[in-house]
Design a binder for this molecule. Structure first.
Ligand code: F6R
Length: 274
């Protein structure tokens, strides 16, 4: 587990984008797992800058998003499809047909949709790099506290706290969905590498639990402790409750000298992921 603590949100976005950039350069047909929410927006802006400076193309990149609300359509500005198009896809050269979200339309069976989504991830060769945010209740994707740590893509009922956290994003006349399709914890753990981004003091308790707490469905993000290649990229505020902060800083410093000596063993692309 790699824990990187950076001075502010901008530095978090920069490092997240840098890791994606390294992957796309080395593996132009990589499979990315993407997240919505306020946290990755700054990172997506940086990715767009990389693209605009013509150093990287997303022409062969395939993406799978973590989740999508049930009950709203892609043209609804609250849908995660709309969010991804607005914040990233429309600004880069990615092919729309290569971008996937677990959409369960009216009259469709969420079980079938979930199984098909899992299969399309497998058919694409598996996720090389999964980007995550974290809910203040410790959720990743919409895997809410109490979820199965072996779960796969399925429908989940959002907790009251998640509905409350996201309420400010909905206008007074907009209907806020309480159901979503989400990749499962096992789906996330199958990714070859995972990066969790967290910024702001409202995430400090969840981040501490995720990194230093016992593995439990009470905080689904603790499951990441079982991922072989997970990196937490945090700003000072999100890292503020960590007990072993000085160790993480020291280890990060050591890692930098190891990289100078032995090359970048933190590279996102592992030889076995080709
Ligand atoms: C979004 C997602 C969620 C968010 C989490 C944090 O696709 O899967 O787990 O990452 O709710 O949201 P923000 O970044 O808005 O605090």
């Amino acid at each position: 587990m790699e824990v990187v603590i950076l001075e502010n949100e901008d530095a978090v976005a920069e490092l997240g984008a840098q890791r994606i950039f390294e992957l796309v350069k080395k593996k132009p047909n990589a499979v990315l797992g993407l997240a919505t929410g306020s946290t990755p927006i700054a990172m997506y802006k940086k990715i767009i800058s990389f693209y605009e400076s013509k150093v990287v193309s997303f022409g062969d990149i395939v993406t799978f998003n973590l989740d999508e609300y049930i009950g709203i359509t892609a043209d609804n500005s609250q849908s995660y499809r709309y969010f991804m198009n607005r914040e990233l896809f429309d600004a880069i050269d990615i092919e729309q047909q290569n971008t996937h979200l677990p959409v369960c339309g009216a009259g469709e069976n969420p079980r079938e949709i979930g199984a098909a989504y899992e299969q399309s991830i497998v058919d694409a060769g598996g996720i090389d790099l999964q980007i995550l945010g974290i809910g203040s209740n410790g959720h990743i994707g919409f895997n809410e506290p109490g979820c199965s740590l072996s779960s796969r893509t399925r429908v989940k009922t959002l907790t009251q706290s998640t509905v409350r956290d996201n309420n400010h994003l909905f206008g007074p006349n907009e209907c806020q969905p309480h159901l979503a399709m989400t990749m499962g914890i096992a789906t996330i753990l199958d990714s070859r590498r995972t990066i969790l981004l967290a910024t702001g003091s409202q995430k400090a308790a969840a981040v501490r639990h995720a990194i230093e707490g016992s593995i439990s469905s009470g905080c689904p993000a603790t499951a990441l402790q079982m991922h072989e290649r997970v990196t937490f990229i945090l700003d000072e505020a999100a890292a503020s409750s960590l007990e072993n902060k000085s160790y993480y800083r020291w280890a990060h410093h050591q890692n930098r000298s190891l990289v100078e000596q032995f090359g970048n063993f933190h590279e996102v692309v592992e030889p076995d992921s080709y």
